[in-house]
Ligand binder design. Structure first.
Ligand code: PLP
Length: 135
């Protein structure tokens, strides 16, 4: 699915092509460098990425992982999420969001926009329900 040649004037649900076209030249250079060095996992290029990403984030360290799913899972575990916890999230997201919560041993609980209040979020009743249970 792409916005390129989108003659129907419909907004695509997901456009994974356009952002990559903008970066095509930069990405192609990096891909070639990876192929030339066989540095697919770890190595100098990954360390260089981790260093520059940490600087970009204003953090002391950054650790590259293999996927967004693992990044979410490790972040949850690093934040102290453990078996039996409840993690509140939104239903309008990729499956990896709830997958990472489950992999961390926790249970996802969805909150969504409150259609009666337009911008309000109906998570307060979820929070108060869980706080009643733990408190
Ligand atoms: C919002 C969101 N979170 C997590 C992921 C998971 O990323 P990965 O496929 O690298 O595990 C995706 C993947 O498309 C995503 O769209």
């Amino acid at each position: 699915m792409s916005t390129i040649n989108n003659s129907s004037n419909q907004i695509p649900f997901l456009d994974l092509v356009t952002p990559h076209i903008e970066l095509q030249s930069e990405l192609t250079d990096v891909f070639h460098q990876v192929l030339r060095t066989a540095g697919f996992v770890g190595g100098a290029m990954v360390e260089e990425f981790e260093k520059s990403f940490a600087e970009f984030c204003g953090a002391k360290h950054a650790i590259a992982v293999n996927s967004g799913t693992d990044a979410l899972r490790f972040a949850l575990v690093a934040a102290g999420v453990k078996h039996g916890d409840v993690v509140i999230t939104v239903p309008h997201t990729f499956i990896a969001t709830t997958e990472a919560i489950s992999q961390a041993g926790a249970q996802p609980e969805f909150v969504d926009i409150d259609s009666r209040k337009a911008a309000g979020v109906s998570g307060t009743h979820v929070l108060s329900r869980w706080l009643r249970q733990v408190g």
